[in-house]
Design a protein around this ligand. Structure first.
Ligand code: FES
Length: 571
């Protein structure tokens, strides 16, 4: 076994050893626990303000059972919990802050290995990023999705169902009382969103990266097998410490490519792009925005799950989950089979025998659910550093479209003007939203899938081309161009668009163009003034240092790793 970090705290025969061991003993730990066994930190994002992770105390107890069984010493610690449904202005504003909490807590304390308890959207990337900057033996455990939502005899998916019902309310085809009745029918068990939204996508990314035990993503939160997986995860992290299997041994370029392949095959969220770009820079693996298009956009989507399809995560679990998808990819030659995973086996050893129990939910590579999936990266004079679109969630007839821009300078202006029937807009227009990027919002909120005007909805239209520097919920859908970089608030060309300009989107050609002469754009730039910036606190630090979307929106000074060398003594 390698020399353990925790020995530098607990193995000392002096005053410092007294301090480190003695104060912990106030919890009743017997002295023989400080005998050199691996100390496992359980990084818990439990919070009652984060309903998706509210069951994590029970999960942590199951992890501890496994750690004890394998001869380790588990110590649970809290970190900032980012709840997507409650935090304003957006949980994404705090992803990098939470990652700092994770990184510094790990490095400062006597840990030899770490279990990351992750669930709601941003809790997964923030924990992975923070842990990657320490690079100890680390394993992920997701909290699992809620049971399928059910309402009036139909499946009701998190987020996706809300967006669809909102359109129906705005179109006058669903009464408001019915809309509110659906709240409890959708969220009927513990767990995170049960569509293939960002939480399910990121849990699937954890599995495809090899950072968890097989089967991590899809087991429902309430299924007893989630607790079993937690216990097995606790057992395994002790083994990883003994083998000195570091995060950087798992998070290789091959692992990131496997994640990109998998994201296409599951119809995963556009948010995975930003989070994996940021993670790759923490662990030192070269990965670029264009890799997502080059590696993933020609792949088929195999999984028929909302928002791209009709089923939900519970169905995905019963059908076999991520291992079946990875097996399909592996048999089609689109998987780095040799990539090492957290259980010490290769990816292929883990998934080669995965069986599918429902081909309606997980299709074969030869007869996929959708022929082209993944993320397309479009560029042009309005997005010189790129923008993304998820074709599997878009309308085919809008992937090539030219239309008149209707511009909203802020999300407040959008919400004030869109319901007004006097707004000069029809379904052929292109809706443009500015100032919602990393600096502009700040935090790059999930507002890119703008609500359609009621007068358009009443004509039966359910999709329009929408473009912005914002993100979009992984549960959302539509022909929505996102993550335009540079963003408007940073002076990107998006800031210069005016209502009435013509915009052409050509996804097959990977182009997005603003049909305005350069000379006119320069005149507009001379008159542009940057928006005001925060005066103090976290928002100021964030806005002063956040990178643009195509670089992962991390803070510039957090890129990279500082390792987990033992800091100097505290007394
Ligand atoms: Fe937490 Fe969707 S709100 S996963």
């Amino acid at each position: 076994m390698p020399k353990l970090r925790s020995h530098e705290w607990f193995g000392k025969h002096d005053r410092d050893g007294f301090l480190h061991r003695g104060w912990l003993k106030n919890q009743g730990w017997p002295g023989d626990l400080f005998d050199g066994r691996p100390v496992i930190g359980i990084c818990n994002t439990w919070s009652e303000l984060n309903p998706c992770n509210a069951h994590f105390r029970e999960l942590a107890d199951c992890v501890k059972r496994g750690v004890w069984e394998a001869g380790g010493f588990p110590l649970e610690f809290p970190v900032m919990s980012l709840g997507e449904s409650q935090m304003r202005p957006t949980a994404m504003l705090f992803r990098n802050l939470a990652s700092m909490d994770v990184e510094e807590t790990i490095r400062a304390n006597p840990m030899d290995g770490v279990v990351l308890l992750m669930g709601c959207d941003k809790t997964t990337p923030s924990l992975l990023m923070g842990a990657a900057s320490c690079n100890l033996p680390t394993i992920g455990l997701s909290g699992g999705p809620m049971l399928n939502g059910k309402f009036k005899g139909k499946e009701l998916g998190s987020g996706t169902g809300v967006l669809k019902m909102t359109d129906e309310v705005n179109a006058g085809t669903m009464p408001l009382c019915e809309f509110f009745e659906a709240e409890s029918a959708m969220n009927r068990s513990k767990g995170h969103c049960m569509t293939m939204g960002t939480a399910s996508t990121m849990a699937s990314m954890v599995e495809a990266l090899g950072m968890s035990l097989p089967g991590n993503a899809a087991i429902p939160a309430v299924d007893a097998r989630r607790n079993t997986l937690a216990q097995m995860t606790g057992r395994r992290i002790v083994g990883m410490v003994r083998e000195d299997l570091l995060m950087s041994n798992i998070l290789t370029r091959a692992a990131f490519e496997n994640a990109i392949f998998n994201n296409a095959a599951i119809g995963g969220s556009t948010n995975a792009v930003i989070h994996l770009l940021a993670l790759s820079k923490r662990i030192g693996v070269p990965l670029a925005l264009d890799d997502w298009d080059r590696l993933g956009s020609s792949l088929p989507c195999l999984v028929d799950l909302q928002p791209s399809g009709q089923h939900l995560m519970e169905d995905f679990f019963y059908a076999g989950g991520v291992p079946v998808v990875l097996r399909e990819l592996g048999e089609a030659g689109v998987l780095h089979r040799e990539a090492i995973t957290a259980n010490g086996h290769s990816m292929w050893e883990n998934v080669a025998n995965a069986e599918c129990s429902n081909r309606e939910v997980i299709r074969t590579f030869a007869q996929p659910f959708k022929a082209h999936a993944g993320i397309a990266v479009v560029r042009g004079n309005i997005a010189p550093n790129g923008a993304v679109i998820k074709p599997s969630a878009a309308s085919d007839h809008l992937l090539r479209h030219r239309g008149r821009a209707v511009v909203f300078e802020s999300v407040e202006e959008l919400h004030a003007r869109v319901p007004d029937d006097s707004l000069d807009i029809d379904e052929n227009c292109v809706m443009v939203l500015k100032n919602c990027g990393p600096r502009g919002y700040p935090g790059m909120a999930e507002v890119g899938n703008m609500p359609l005007p009621p007068k358009v909805l009443r004509r039966g239209i359910r999709d329009m081309v929408r473009i912005s520097d914002a993100r979009m919920s992984g549960t959302a859908y539509g022909t929505v161009v996102l993550h335009i970089s540079p963003e408007a608030a940073a002076g990107g060309p998006l800031a210069l668009v005016k209502s009435g300009d013509m915009i052409e989107l050509d996804v097959p050609a990977r182009k997005i163009s603003l049909e305005v002469e350069d000379r006119v754009l320069e005149q507009r730039r001379a008159q542009w003034t940057p928006p005001s910036t925060p005066r103090r606190g976290w928002e100021k630090l964030y806005v002063d240092h956040v990178l643009q979307a195509h670089e992962g929106a991390d803070l510039d000074f957090l890129v990279g790793s500082s390792g987990a060398a033992v800091p100097r003594e505290s007394h």
